[in-house]
Design a protein around this ligand. Structure first.
Ligand SMILES: Nc1nc2c(c(=O)[nH]1)N[C@H]1C(S)=C(S)[C@@H](COP(=O)(O)OP(=O)(O)OC[C@H]3O[C@@H](n4cnc5c(=O)[nH]c(N)nc54)[C@H](O)[C@@H]3O)O[C@H]1N2
Ligand SMILES: Nc1nc2c(c(=O)[nH]1)N[C@H]1C(S)=C(S)[C@@H](COP(=O)(O)OP(=O)(O)OC[C@H]3O[C@@H](n4cnc5c(=O)[nH]c(N)nc54)[C@H](O)[C@@H]3O)O[C@H]1N2
Ligand code: SF4
Ligand SMILES: [Mo]
Length: 699
């Protein structure tokens, strides 16, 4: 923190080094300008740090509005107790002491019967290691609560990468400026990975070719040289088709394959089944596009693939990631720091999770695991039943699939629900208690990124707004009420942050004191870092595993396969006749999942919930641009404003997300339609594997 006297002299200004907490690969370094006014610290500006290489001095539009969010008039400022029906949103303020005493008693009574009936529910509202799973995890471990399988976003791809590359590591975002071919595979970078996009722009100015593989002409796809608009959930077939051409043409780095991979022969055999004509049919594209992409991928070097999560939210998401992850090894693109593939860098940080989470507090107990992606079903049918749910850093009633079941589950009168929040979200409306939590400006944290190579520190800029407390402090006080006496329940946030760094590891040189002072610390790798230039894959074989014995031992396909969507003409011809359109609901540019939807300036930019539909599909149904439509399937129905546009390809409709249900005219969002079916690998949700029909709605 640096302090300097402002010219006016009646106040002091300082700049605080902070880190964006949001679930975004960019994890920007923020500088918060703070003024001392009447003895109180007031944040007056947030800006991107120019000194932090990935941030390049720029924050996205959303987080540029962070002050509007922090000082929002609708912040929850005091603990609230429900007085209305569940979901109705009627609450009255209570004191912290009264709230925590009652919560502790309720949890103790349930734990006396079976602590597994208590379930934590959290995700990445903040990606901070301290305000995420530290004190909270200790609390639930000591209690013996059910484990939560945190699958809602990334596990299909993460586990697929682990099976293939041995870890989550990839091309350094800073090197994309030097790539000659960049493939945005299921990645709308302009919306969801802005700082990589600016590197790609640099590359483009130096002559690079940019290609988007996306069912939708997203903001990114429209700015690429080429857009391959395949059908959702068919990426595995496309990747196998590329392999087919690479093998057929001998466009293979035989030396790299020989030294650093395992299973080339069986993989080549598998790829032979995917000739471009068949692939074209499966993916709804032309054979020429498959041939052209393979040609470019071999001839234009260095070639980097920015693989993102958009393509793994279908039945075959895991296998699709495995197939794409094989490509750089086949064509030798890992050799160049500006080649290869980036899905996630999260495996490169050697964080001491055991110190943060204290699994020893389980004392030998092995509670059951609840998958967060099937919370609707589990709230209604788990055995033993879920009797208490503690939600923090997440908004499941808006974001979890098959929302009608989720809301039904949350509405159970015999369920005791505590929600730690900034705002009265769709989920908070169902709580028995809502506890006010601090935002990133108000607490300490360490943020581990997944899109670059710097561990980030967050210093608090202001005191908590209202009576808000950090998640850690809420669990600390609750632990005291429960009579948990272990010293780890008394540690300060600063002590916890230091523990995240404690294990000075193979790939790390972290020091919390240094990070706090400087704002970040880079993983100790060379500047022109190429993760697998000379192999070194941390898999069981030490090679890139085209063939995975681990998967074979689990009874799964050891080779990347094409697994068609759960809901499509191949798997469910009956369903496809009744519901012929595939719907996807990818992120809106001005929201971050369901965060920021209640920030007026950002919501105004997004307008209202919409459905993009191709003119052919619209005409066939008598749907006009700007008209209201009904979107429906067996799970539910949703009303949206139609935008008739060829941004959506024929057969695919697009509802940018994730809206707050209560801010939509019909009180619903896209998850009314999505299913709780899971992916082939990683037990992850299949948000973009969903069939619907659309019809004009009465005005
Ligand atoms: N502005 C903004 N940024 C965000 C988020 C946000 O909500 N808003 N969310 C954050 C989070 S949590 C995540 S996980 C990341 C997500 O980051 P991305 O993975 O980039 O997420 P999406 O935008 O869902 O996917 C990108 C594109 O995938 C396309 N897509 C959908 N289905 C398929 C498919 O089957 N195959 C292919 N090839 N493409 C498909 C979509 O049309 C979309 O344009 O972004 C993070 N950043
Ligand atoms: N249809 C559809 N559904 C989707 C997706 C999609 O693309 N389409 N994307 C999926 C993906 S990729 C993801 S990651 C999930 C995201 O799902 P979530 O992780 O639930 O993300 P958010 O919707 O942003 O909700 C986070 C909540 O945490 C709160 N929060 C933030 N910081 C703190 C804090 O410090 N303390 C406390 N107590 N609360 C805090 C915020 O106010 C916000 O309400 O949604 C998934 N759902
Ligand atoms: S949401 Fe992403 S792009 Fe925006 S400030 Fe945060 S890390 Fe940066
Ligand atoms: Mo996500």
């Amino acid at each position: 923190m640096t302090t300097s006297k402002a010219p006016a002299a009646e106040f002091t200004r300082s700049t605080v080094k902070a880190a964006c907490p949001h679930d975004c690969p960019d994890t920007c370094a923020m500088e918060v300008t703070v003024e001392q006014r009447a003895g109180k610290r007031v944040a007056i500006k947030v800006a991107g740090s120019a000194a932090h290489a990935p941030t390049q001095g720029v924050l996205c539009t959303k987080v540029s509005r962070y002050l509007e969010r922090t000082y929002h008039p609708e912040r929850v400022l005091r603990p609230l107790k429900r007085v209305g029906r569940k979901g109705e949103g009627r609450f009255e303020p209570v004191s912290w002491d009264a709230a925590l005493t009652d919560i502790a008693q309720r949890l103790q009574a349930i734990a006396a019967v079976d602590p597994q009936r208590i379930v934590p529910y959290s995700y990445a509202g903040t990606m901070g290691l301290v305000q995420g799973e530290s004190m909270a995890a200790r609390f639930f471990h000591k209690l013996g609560a059910s484990f939560l399988d945190r699958t809602i976003c990334a596990t299909a791809g993460a586990e697929a990468l682990n099976y293939t590359l041995g870890t989550r590591a990839g091309t350094d975002v800073e090197r994309f400026a030097e790539s000659k071919l960049i493939v945005f595979w299921g990645c709308n970078a302009i919306a969801s990975n802005l700082h990589l996009w600016s590197r790609a722009q640099e590359a483009k100015r130096k002559g690079a070719k940019l290609i988007a593989i996306d069912p939708y002409r997203s903001l990114t796809a429209e700015k690429c040289h080429q857009h391959i608009a395949l059908l959702p959930g068919t990426d595995g077939a496309l990747a196998l088709g590329l392999m087919h051409v690479l093998v057929r043409e001998g466009w293979l780095d035989r030396d790299y394959i020989e030294r650093h991979t395992i299973g080339f022969e069986p993989l080549a055999q598998r790829a032979r089944e995917f000739d471009p004509r068949r692939v074209a049919q499966l993916c709804g594209i032309s054979a020429r596009e498959v041939e052209q992409l393979a040609h470019d991928y071999w001839h234009i070097r260095p070639a980097a693939i920015r693989l993102n999560y958009g393509m793994q939210r279908a039945a075959g998401g895991g296998n699709a990631v495995r197939a794409v992850a094989c490509l750089p090894a086949l064509a030798g693109h890992w050799r160049d720091p500006a080649g290869g593939l980036l899905l996630s860098t999260s495996g490169m940080f050697n964080v001491d999770n055991a110190a943060l989470q204290r699994p020893e507090l389980l004392a030998g107990r092995r509670p059951r695991t609840i998958n967060m992606s099937t919370i609707g079903r589990d709230l209604l049918h788990a055995d033993p039943p879920i009797e208490a749910l503690t939600v923090y850093n997440s908004n499941p009633v808006a974001v979890a699939p098959q929302s009608r079941e989720v809301a039904q589950g949350f509405a159970r009168e015999d369920l005791f629900t505590v929600v730690l929040e900034h705002f009265m979200t769709d989920t908070a409306d169902y709580a028995d208690y809502v506890l006010p939590a601090t935002t990133q400006l108000e607490h300490v944290d360490v943020v581990k990124p997944y899109g670059h190579l710097y561990m980030m520190a967050n210093n608090p800029a202001i005191d908590p707004v209202g009576e808000a407390l950090p998640n850690t402090e809420i669990f600390r006080r609750l632990a005291a009420k429960m009579g948990f006496t272990e010293p780890c329940f008394r540690e300060s946030d600063d002590e916890i942050a230091a523990q995240a760094f404690a294990r000075v590891g193979v790939t790390s040189n972290y020091d919390w004191q240094v990070a706090k002072r400087d704002g970040w610390q880079r993983v100790a790798v060379a500047e022109h870092y190429a993760p697998f230039a000379s192999g070194g894959f941390p898999t069981p074989s030490g090679r890139c595993e085209f063939y995975s014995q681990t998967l074979a031992d689990m009874g799964l396909d050891p080779l990347p396969a094409y697994v068609p969507p759960h809901e499509g003409p191949v798997s469910r011809p009956d369903l496809a006749r009744r519901y012929p359109l595939a719907i996807i609901s990818p992120p809106a540019r001005n929201f971050l999942n369901s965060t920021f939807v209640n920030v007026q300036s950002l919501r105004a930019t997004e307008g209202e919930p919409t459905l993009d539909i191709h003119p052919l599909d619209a005409n066939a149904r008598g749907i006009v641009d700007g008209g209201r439509v009904r979107v429906f399937n067996d799970r539910g129905e949703l009303r949206l404003r139609a935008r008739v546009t060829d941004r959506a390809r024929p057969g695919v409709v697009v509802a940018l997300s994730i809206w707050w249900k209560k801010l939509a005219a019909d009180g619903k969002n896209a998850n009314e339609l999505t299913s709780q079916a899971l992916t082939d690998i990683g037990r992850a949700p299949t948000f973009y594997d969903c069939l619907v029909e659309v019809a004009p709605a009465a005005a």
